[in-house]
Ligand binder design. Sequence first.
Ligand code: PMP
Ligand code: GLN
Length: 405
Amino acid sequence: MVERVPHLASRLQGFGTTIFAEMTELAARTGAVNLGQGFPDEDGPPEVLDAAVEAIRSGRNQYPPGRGVPELRAAIARHQQRFYGLAYDPDTEVLVTAGATEAIAAACLALCEPGDEVVVLEPTYDSYQASIAMAGARPVFVTLRPPDHRLDVDALRAAVTPRTRLLLVNTPHNPTGTVLDEAELAAVAELAHERDLLVVTDEVYEHLTFDGRRHVPLATLPGMRDRTVVISSAGKTFRTTGWKVGWVCAPAPLVTAVTTAKQFLTYAGGAPFQPAVAVGLDLPDDYFRGVAADLAAKRDLLCAGLAAAGFEVFRPSATYFVTVDIRPLRPDGDGMAFCRELPERCGVVAIPTQVFYGDPARGRHLVRFSFARRTEVLAEAVARLGQLGGGGPGGPPPEAHGGAA
Ligand code: PMP
Ligand code: GLN
């Protein structure tokens, strides 16, 4: 049970410190290889970095327009057209945000009444539940279950009630690496039409798909553009997670609604980074293919290492992340204890996936590792993880297998 935090409003009780902060701090303190938080350890394309330096040097350091600088809004619109055939008016249908995180919060705050329900795919990215709570709304979970982590369409239908206001759909999905397929997307669209629901899509991993799988935005399905708020971000695609440049694309009335909330969260941000992201979005197709191919090779390396270490590995089709079941190595299935002990046992940090579940018990035995790291860092992590099962140096103390409830 999470402790009550003094002074904190009741709607935020229970959220505590984010697991990313806790685990990154643990990695720094112990010197462990950090495969926790999802950030790359290499910089993005030089053209994009140079454009940011140039923007700072040329004085683009004051408040940008609230909706974002015109060249970025135009580049976002071109990107949606080029990759998906989706047309958005850069002046009225595009909004630049402080990362996808702000876009998600602003969408929840703008579109939900207190007491409304938001249907989310569980496990959820960590900010979803907090953003929904800040809007006074309530999450309703549709669980993606191992080993395949596919969408259970019947469960999705059952989750929709007369109080449902939004379907908040993350694909490609963090942390499972699931990319919703044609039939799953069609089922979401059918439900949205039937029940007249708005859909918010989180597509931050849109370019990071593997094995020939392609991300298809829900907004491209017949009739869906009009009811969908598309959210994405530059962080993952251009390896610039610290820049926090994200965006929203939607019909003008929806963008206006989300902008109303956004302007009182940050108003605007990231002035010199916005023109740099515009340069990134216009990079040739090879760049986007290259990032995905690089990550696919890293996925293979880490998945093989985790399997060799004895975990049950759920191979992802996208994103930065792979989820494992720890029970072959730790029969009590306590993922939180496992992650807190892992730096000491073998010098690696990972994320206990249970924090992404409405009821942590549903994901207690699952742990997420990030492969968005340099190959040599992954190789070192794999070597360290290989020591876990063997009982050699760094192996588990006997009590670690104690099977405590
Ligand atoms: N959605 C998902 C699914 C994510 O994994 C993340 C973070 N990586 C975000 C949103 C937040 O993106 P940003 O860093 O642009 O705020
Ligand atoms: N999205 C990143 C992840 O899932 C972390 C973002 C954050 O630290 N808030 O690891």
